[in-house]
Write a protein that binds this ligand. Structure first.
Ligand code: DOR
Ligand code: ZN
Ligand code: ZN
Length: 418
């Protein structure tokens, strides 16, 4: 694959137009000018099985690293009426997410080695984009399983009630789970953030705080970081862009915009943006938690979809001066890869996987329900204007999505060495 005239955010923070050569799914060259003939020679020397070379001229449009979303609930297995690997990964491809990491609150829950292997088989050949798995901590104490399982991003522990019955309450079991895990990701709200931090301080594991939503929680994160606890913070696009005013707008929004942690105030929105800019918060993850419209309307159901619009909404943030393109790339690609040790992803750099998103920053679109490809069929951002549009999504050198069309399900499991 040869990509011409791509606008890149360079290491020094400046932007520049570059040509990029991709061979066997990896970036092999980035330079000011790569001629077509030269590219053909180099590529075919490298990959003798190739019959044609893909050619893209970006004409100055942005090419950014594919988004790595380490917090999604794809509902497979057990809840596939809400979403499946295939529909969820289409939603990712359309949104510029080239790697996602799935959460364990499926049916069965991913809390045994057997359930993880079953999930691996289910995902095989069904995803448009690359993926990995979080393992779950169980209230029945599965620390032996936690020590056994291979190639998972982290142990996910629920310290509050949420969708699925995965809350762990016993301090003794929590201690065992934390001490058996290299990285623990937590659903922890308010006081539980403090508890997760103190468990990690005691057990020495690294800690990933999912979906921070309150100013006070950011305070706890700052304090823990300054004391040397190995802790990272995540924020969701919905906690940045939406607040209780959006939720309380009408009868429908009161039911749709319900999730855990719930939406907070516009003051909290501002604090979260500031923490994301200044490096206190490390990543953006969506907590993609699809539920059907009918389920949301019938009874209180926690969760909203996210992967399809997270990048385009964050581009709104870029346009509105809330975040720079450089920082967006760090928090949506570079840092998630670094924290969880996803090899060779998260950067546009020679030797890295050719996971890219081409953006049209001139095309700002109003998000519409009819256009949603996630099986849940709706979006919390309906009626809002994006800051740009995902034109092409490329996974390891193959186009998986372009201008409304989906190509092949080439996604495979990533490797973690976190
Ligand atoms: O709102 C939520 N929905 N919060 C969670 O922690 C889980 C998620 C889900 O799986 O539906
Ligand atoms: Zn959660
Ligand atoms: Zn979640």
């Amino acid at each position: 694959m040869l990509i011409k005239n791509a606008r890149l955010v360079l290491d020094n923070g400046e932007e520049g137009l570059r040509d990029i050569l991709v061979s066997k799914g990896k970036i092999t060259e980035i330079s000011q000018e790569i001629g077509i003939e030269d590219a053909i020679k180099k590529i075919f020397r490298n990959d003798t099985h190739l019959v044609k070379m893909e050619y893209l001229d970006l004409e100055g449009r942005y090419l950014i690293p594919g988004v790595i979303d380490v917090h999604v609930h794809m509902r497979d297995p057990g809840l596939t009426h809400k979403e499946s690997v295939t529909t969820g990964s289409m939603s990712c491809a359309k949104g510029g997410v080239t790697t996602f990491v799935d959460m364990p609150n499926t049916i069965p829950a991913t809390i045994t080695e057997e359930a993880l292997e079953e999930k691996r088989e289910i995902f095989n050949n069904k995803s448009y984009v690359d993926y990995g798995f979080h393992f779950g901590g169980s209230g029945d104490n599965n620390s032996q399983e936690i020590k056994k399982v291979k190639n998972v991003a982290s142990t996910k522990v629920f310290l509050n009630i949420s969708t699925g019955k995965m809350m762990v309450e016993s301090d003794e079991i929590l201690n065992e789970i934390f001490s058996s895990s290299k990285i623990v990701s937590v659903h922890a709200e308010e006081e539980m953030v403090k508890k997760a931090i103190s468990l990690s301080r005691k057990n020495g594991n690294r800690l990933y705080l999912c979906h921070l939503s309150l100013r006070e929680e950011i305070g706890e994160l700052i304090k823990a970081k300054s004391e040397g606890v190995k802790v990272y913070g995540e924020v969701t696009p919905h906690h940045l862009f939406l607040n209780t005013n959006h939720r309380d707008e009408n009868e429908e929004s009161k039911k749709l915009l319900i999730m855990k942690p719930d939406l907070k105030s516009s003051d909290d929105n501002r604090s979260l943006w500031e923490a994301l800019r200044n490096g206190t918060i490390d990543t953006v993850g969506t907590d993609h938690a699809p539920h059907l419209l009918s389920e949301k309307m019938e009874k209180t159901t926690f969760g909203i979809p996210g992967v399809e619009h997270s990048l385009e909404m964050m581009l709104r943030g870029v346009k509105d001066g809330k975040i720079s393109m450089k920082r967006l790339i760090e928090v949506m690609s570079g840092n998630p890869a670094k924290i969880f040790g996803i090899n060779n992803k998260g950067k546009i750099k020679v030797g890295y996987d050719a996971d890219f998103v081409e953006l049209d920053m001139d095309l700002e679109r109003i998000i519409k329900r009819e256009e949603v490809v996630s099986k849940c069929g709706w979006s919390p951002y309906e009626g809002m204007k994006t800051g740009g549009t995902v034109v092409t999504t490329i996974v390891r050198g193959e186009i998986v999505y372009k201008s409304g069309n989906f190509k092949n399900k080439i996604g495979r499991e990533v490797e973690f060495n976190g």
